[in-house]
Design a protein around this ligand. Structure first.
Ligand SMILES: [Zn+2]
Length: 467
């Protein structure tokens, strides 16, 4: 039996027999991230989920493993696992166990806290993002041991507030800095990949400015038959305000300082990734028949979702449901805004610019208030390392993910660059970089890597991602 087959058999057996039942239980626990459950301590779901994971970890027969559940005062819990290995290197494996909120729009028969195993997919909230991380980390290490392969010392960090912006993580990194050491490799099991035929590296991550915008026009609701045409609709005022920051026809953000110069290396990597992936860049989304993506240029689409700012309206308030909506000119409309930012954009500056643009010169004297999350979630960008994409990285700096394709399944997906383990290749392609980003002047001295076309499982692709 080949070594690969042996590893595959070990992982498959353990995953199906032991880990799927664990994840099934995990999905039932509504351990929402603190931002979505301010009473998370009182509710106890976070502690329950952590106990589930911790107790499985402690049951694993890994020689020399130490497990510690740490909770600094006033902070979310963190699971810290150390596994001795050979040599001086340290590998840091990262994941999180807090969850996104319920959301709406589940298919019939599916719910966030109800695990449903259908075919080879397990549905429910949090299994892929990111409950699987602890199980995948330890199973990978056990698979090596089972095959008689050596590994470096491994440190596993599982945090509890990633979905809230990881605001507790720096405190734990500082707290544990001496015990962690200096990792040669960080495996972030909260990333994604372009396909499952290659290994992908995360090279950057967009930042996120999150805020709310509230528009008030009346003390109370009035009859729309009486007031419309006289009283300006709060919804129409809101539309005007949103148009200040985003072109409604193209999705282009109208605050130009939100754009950055995209490094030439990343543009080349986006070209390479789009060349490899083709229409899979957008085919993976469940478009309705007849719908098409925001552009036809594949490289532009990659750069749009990795290096350019975009606005999403993720929630609304002041609007009754369709069933309950009467002929009322409503007193106010509020929306929640999510603005993805280029990896190198300063989030606080972005939040300030957005707030200023939305609040200035209120149409009709409407009452406007725009509150922005402080601090915003910072983006990350791995500095270019000419000649090598396998460089080490410090945990507090940037993200480098080497996600085994098999376990990257169902994780969210970020932005990419394509990696090859050997030769330097100077692209003859011209940079594809449509407005508004300035065309880069540096035409790349660093290399990109890509797999040999004849060997799709050779060393591959890196990427810039979302979280
Ligand atoms: Zn995640």
């Amino acid at each position: 039996m080949s070594q690969t087959q042996k590893v595959l058999d070990f992982v498959s057996e353990k995953w199906d027999r032991e880990i799927v039942p664990q994840l099934t239980t995990y999905i039932k626990i509504p351990n929402k991230s603190p931002m979505f459950d301010p009473q998370w301590v009182e509710h106890g779901y976070m502690a329950e989920a952590m106990s589930l994971i911790e107790s499985w970890v402690r049951d694993q027969p890994i020689a020399g493993m130490t497990v510690e559940r740490i909770q600094l005062p006033g902070r979310t819990p963190l699971l810290f696992i150390e596994i001795p290995g050979k040599g001086d290197d340290v590998v840091l494996l990262y994941g999180h166990m807090d969850k996104q909120p319920e959301m709406v729009g589940w298919n019939v028969g599916l719910e966030p806290w109800k695990p449903v195993l259908s075919g080879d997919k397990l549905y429910g909230r949090g299994g892929a993002d990111d409950g699987y991380a602890t199980y995948a980390s330890l199973t990978a290490i056990m698979a090596l041991k089972n095959s008689g392969l050596d590994h470096a010392r491994c440190v596993v960090l599982i945090e509890g507030c990633e979905e809230s912006g990881s605001y507790d993580l720096p405190f734990y990194i500082n707290h544990l800095a001496d015990r962690i050491g200096t990792p040669s490799l960080v495996v972030c099991l909260d990333s994604g990949c372009g396909n499952y035929d290659q290994l992908w590296l995360t090279t950057s991550l967009r930042g996120l400015a999150g805020g709310t915008l509230r528009v008030r026009v009346l003390e109370e609701g009035v009859h729309s038959g009486d007031a419309s045409g006289v009283v300006p609709s709060s919804f129409r005022v809101l539309r005007q305000l949103l148009d200040r920051i985003e072109d409604p026809l193209t999705g282009h953000m109208r605050i130009e300082p939100l754009y950055v110069d995209i490094p030439g290396e990343r543009i080349e990597q986006a070209q390479e990734a789009s060349h490899v992936l083709g229409t899979a860049i957008y085919d993976k989304f469940p478009f309705l028949p007849g719908m098409h993506p925001m552009g036809q240029d594949l490289t532009d689409l990659v750069l749009n979702r990795t290096w350019r700012p975009t606005l999403s309206v993720t929630g609304a308030d002041g609007l009754p449901s369709l069933m309950d909506a009467g002929n009322v000119l409503r007193p106010q409309t509020s929306v929640k805004l999510s603005v993805r930012l280029p990896p190198t954009m300063d989030g606080e500056t972005a939040s300030r610019l957005l707030k200023e643009a939305l609040e200035k010169d209120p149409p009709y004297g409407a009452r406007l208030s725009s509150k922005w999350r402080n601090p915003p979630a910072a983006g990350r960008h791995r500095p270019p390392r000419p000649g090598c994409a396998r460089a080490s990285i410090r945990p507090r700096a940037n993200i480098l993910a080497r996600v085994p394709q098999r376990w990257a399944r169902a994780a969210p997906f970020r932005s990419w660059a394509c990696c090859r383990n050997a030769s330097r290749r100077h692209s003859s392609w011209s940079p594809v970089c449509s407005a508004p980003s300035p065309t880069p002047t540096d035409r790349m001295s660093s290399c990109i890597f890509r797999p040999a076309r004849s060997s799709p499982r050779a060393w591959p692709m890196s990427s810039t991602n979302i979280t």
